[in-house]
Every structure is written in C-alpha cells, then in structure tokens.
Write a protein that binds this ligand. Structure first.
Ligand code: AMP
Ligand code: MG
Length: 526
C-alpha cells in the first residue's frame, strides 16, 4: 500500500514546538505532532469501497493486515507525521477558548488521482487537546458517523467521508445519559476523509489571541489550497474568501433542510471552512416534521440547534468567522454586506429548494404562502417528512375530490401520517384546502404527472438513515453481527432509487423507537 504524501499543512504552517503528548494550551501553532495510541486487538468492521477507490486503494489493500493496522492507529504510514489540529470555538453561543482535535489525529495528507485528501482517525487516543477527556470513541457513535457521512454524500449533501470503521478491542467508559451511571462500551475508530478538516474555530483561536501572524498564514494557506481562484494575500482576497465560505455554508444548510438532517451541535468548531458537514455527533433525521426538533439532549432546554434554526445559526457562526477575519481586512462594511446577502439568499434558496420538493418550476407569487401553509399542516399531526414528500410525487394534478367526506384525496401521502384518524374536523379542512391549492398550482406547470414525479424523486429521497435504523445496526454490531451495517451502507448509496426490495426501510419510525435513547435522544457523550 503506497501513498503519495503531500504534507502541505505541516510543511507550510507553524507547528507546536512541544513534542510531548501532554494536555496544554498551544500558542502560535496550527497543530501539534502526536501519534495514535497503540491498541490491543484491532478488528476491521467495515470499509467503503468508493472511498477506498478514490484514495487509490485496491480491494486487496483494504483486506490486508497493513490496512487494519494503519486505519486503527497501530501503524504509522511510512514518512507521515501524524498531528492534531489546534482550534477554538463558540459552543452553544459562548466562546469556549482552545478546543482542538481532542480525539482526532490526522494520519496523512495524500494526493490521489489529482486530488488531495486528509485522512483522520477519530477515537485513536489522546492528544494535547484532549482536555479532561480520553481521546476515544465508542462503537455506537462511530457506526453513526461511518454510515451517516456516506449516506449524506449519496444524498448530494457536501460532507466529510468515511473510509473505515474498526474496533479497537479496548473498553471505553461512557455515561450516556449523564446521570452518574457510566458503563463500559466497545471502543472504535473511524478513518474520515476530506480535502481538509479546517474549521471556523481554526481562525477564531488566533484572532482571540490577537495572533495576526498565524491567522494570516492559515488564511493564506486555506485560500491557496482550497479556494484557488481567489487573489492571495490581499484584503480583497480575504473578503472574497469570506464570501465564498458564506456561499458554500449556505449551500450545505439548504441541503440539510431539504433532506431533514439536524446536525445537533452547530458550534463554530464544528463548521468546516469548506462547507462540508463535519463532526457527526448527536445528529438526527427528522421523522415527524417538526421545525423545533433537535436530537441533542444536551440542547433540549434551549433547542438552539433545532431543525428550523439551522440557517440562522449558520449565519451566527459566519458572523463569528467574520470577526475572526476582521484583523486581516480592517473594514466591517464588506463583511456586513456578505452577511446580509446570506440572509437574502437563504430565503430565496430555501423557497427554490422547497418548490423543487413540490415539483414546481414556474414563478407564482403565492408559492411562499403555500409552502408556509404546508409546513404548518405537516406539524398539525405527526407526519413523516420523508414519506410525505416522496409520496406527493404520486399525486395527480387531475385529482378530483370525492363528494363524500373521506380521506381519499390524501391517498398518495397517507402513509406519512402516524395517526390518520387525527386528520379530521378543522385539520381535515386545512389539508383539503392545501391539496386543492396545490393541485391547481400544478396545473399551471407545463409538465405531466410522470415528468413531475421523476423530477421530484431526484430531490425527495426515499431512504435516509432514520435514527432507529442506525440503532438497529448498532445493537446488532454490539453482538458481533455487522450485516446490518453492510446492508444500510448499501441501501443508502442509492437514496433516490425505488429499491422495492428494501421497502421495509421506507417506513415510519416504529413505536419502540419513539423514546428510546439513541433513536430520538442522543447526547454529546459519544
Ligand atoms: P464535539 O462538539 O463533539 O465536536 O467536541 C468538542 C471538543 O471536545 C473538541 O475539541 C473535541 O476534540 C473534544 N472531545 C470530544 N470528545 C472527546 C473525547 N472523548 N476525548 C477528547 N476530546 C474530546
Ligand atoms: Mg467537534
């Protein structure tokens, strides 16, 4: 197994002079060298063939002992110098100071097929940034990251990828509910892959220390390697850089809203400078449509990171990034303009995205109103988001309402309702109004029902990683059965396809999963 190492991050940016693995505050450095911890008995659970392929790895490589040893952290890639990145961040609205890779270690930066990739092990032991924690990850959260990052990629959502999932053979102590009852769980390591893992917080840490020298170095580095069209080393370039980050962040959030993904911990240290979904922790998928939903029990009181707020939070985070970049620009106005443009663009892009979910292309001034009404209706009774939008593609624009006061007009989406009997009285009226309005609106469009369905099926997924699906995979894996991981990984490669043989995963959440820890509730203790 040969890698074409690049090492630009460590050769072009200042590193920590202290080479020990002691927990500390690190200054004037973008990273600290640290090796993954040696482990007893690694075992490869699963790897992604697609990721292996773009990294230039053959199947025989992935099945080798060396692969297992390298991607569980036991062996270091020849000539590579692993490191943990230094960053800070605003957590839940407050400046938290230095955070850094407390349980992630970059094991290599490589060139493969003309593209550059950073390979990072998550859960491979402590680093100078581990603070009071152990640097480890448990099997359940590693399965969730491995499956979800690949599912997101195939949904068309910008994301970090996941090459492999391995057991370490060590036990890790975790208090899942933070109620003083910690238990030992299986430890695991994921190898995640992205062009870079630089975050908003990577810039904030230097701005917070008034270390403009390192701030500038990191910004120039980021522009040079990841935003190559931008002028280097000038104020104009830094402004354009902020604008581009703002645009790709917007793009990512619109995708999250389209597929019903709730990140759960949108702290600035979890915001990628490349607009990639990063740091899969207590994330979740909307089942019943609910703008206020968050899967993160740590955030249950304020619901800062609820589904419907993700656009505003991204904006809040961008303001923090703008503040961090300000010393390089020294002018507030251009940054403010970009921020207000984000607000405008968010509304416009959100409308366009929702129209695509409804199969609408023409302009109609009432569309926004109709979408608002739909969102209100969806919240009146528990209604599965994914099944609803997928089903709506089957509605005929020639629908005729029957004389009888029955529910047949909802046939195409009926399966999305948890309790269809709750659709009565006033609620039934709201739905009748909405469907009548929608059908009339569809008649204005030029395309046929069949054409519309085809278009809608490209934006409304049939298969997403429902919270309970990951939980089933986790429980099986805990017993040593990895077939569900394999099965879900495969299905989620084609989320927009019909896959009739996998219909059982196109179902509402079963009742047992409603309140189960891991399904509807997750904490940061992963
Ligand atoms: P998160 O919000 O989960 O991305 O993590 C916030 C910060 O805590 C980051 O600096 C992580 O590296 C660190 N962290 C989270 N879990 C651990 C752990 N088990 N050991 C060390 N550091 C951790
Ligand atoms: Mg993080």
């Amino acid at each position: 197994m040969e890698f074409n190492l690049k090492n630009t991050f460590i050769s072009e940016l200042p590193g920590d002079l202290d080479l020990s693995n002691s927990r500390r505050q690190v200054h004037k450095a973008c990273y600290s060298f640290v090796n993954p911890a040696k482990i007893k008995s690694p075992e490869l659970i699963h790897y992604s063939k697609e990721v292996a392929d773009f990294l230039g790895l053959y199947e025989s490589d992935c099945q080798s002992q060396q692969f297992l040893q390298i991607f569980s952290g036991n062996e270091i890639i020849k000539n590579s110098k692993p490191f943990a990145m230094c960053y800070g961040g605003h957590q839940f609205g407050h400046w938290a100071g230095q955070l850094g890779d407390g349980r992630a270690i970059n094991i290599a930066e490589i060139d493969s097929k003309g593209k550059r990739w950073s390979l990072q092990l998550k859960g491979a032991g402590e680093t100078p940034y581990s603070r009071s924690a152990d640097g480890l990850a448990v099997l359940r959260s590693s399965i969730r990251e491995h499956l979800c990052s690949e599912a997101m990629f195939h949904l068309g959502v910008p994301t970090t990828r996941s090459l492999s999932l391995s057991l370490t053979g060590n036990k890790v102590l975790r208090d899942v509910l933070y109620d003083g009852n910690p238990e030992y769980e299986k430890g695991a390591v994921v190898c995640r892959v992205a062009p870079s893992f630089i975050r908003f917080g990577s810039f904030e840490i230097f701005a917070s220390k008034k270390d403009n020298f390192t701030l500038k170095k990191l910004t120039n580095y980021t522009i040079k390697h990841f935003y190559p069209g931008i002028e280097q080393g000038t104020k104009r370039g830094y402004i354009e850089f902020f604008q581009k980050v703002s645009e790709c962040t917007l793009e990512m959030i619109i995708h999250w809203q389209r597929v019903g993904f709730v990140h759960g911990v949108m702290n600035t240290d979890n915001m990628s400078i490349l607009g990639l979904t990063i740091d899969y922790g207590p994330y979740g998928w909307l089942e019943g449509y609910d703008k206020q939903w968050t899967p993160n029990t740590t955030d249950i009181q304020h619901k800062r990171y609820q589904f419907g707020e993700q656009g505003n939070i991204a904006l809040w985070n961008l303001v923090k990034l703008a503040n961090a970049l300000y010393p390089l620009i020294e002018e507030a106005e251009p940054l403010e303009e970009i921020i207000s443009e984000f607000k405008k663009q968010y509304s416009a892009r959100y409308l366009k995205m929702m129209k695509s979910k409804l199969g609408l292309e023409m302009e109609d001034k009432n569309d926004l109103n109709m979408i608002n009404q739909l969102e209100q209706n969806l919240e009146l009774t528990e209604t599965d988001m994914t099944i609803f939008f997928r089903g709506l593609g089957n509605l005929s624009k020639n629908l005729v309402f029957s004389e009888k006061d029955d529910l047949s007009f909802l046939d195409s989406v009926r399966n999305a309702f948890y309790k269809i009997e709750e659709v009565n009285g006033e609620i039934l009226g709201f739905w009748k109004d909405w469907i009548a309005q929608y059908v009339k609106r569809l008649q204005k469009e030029a395309f046929s029902d069949v054409e519309r369905k085809q278009k809608m099926n490209l934006v409304n997924p049939k298969y997403v990683l429902r919270n309970y699906m990951a939980q089933i995979a986790i429980e099986a894996a805990d017993e040593g059965d990895y077939n569900v991981i394999e099965e879900l990984h495969d299905i989620l490669k084609d989320p927009y396809g019909e896959q009739m043989e996998n219909q059982k995963w196109f179902e509402k959440r079963p009742e047992w999963a409603r309140t189960k820890v891991g399904c509807s509730m997750l904490s940061c203790s992963s």
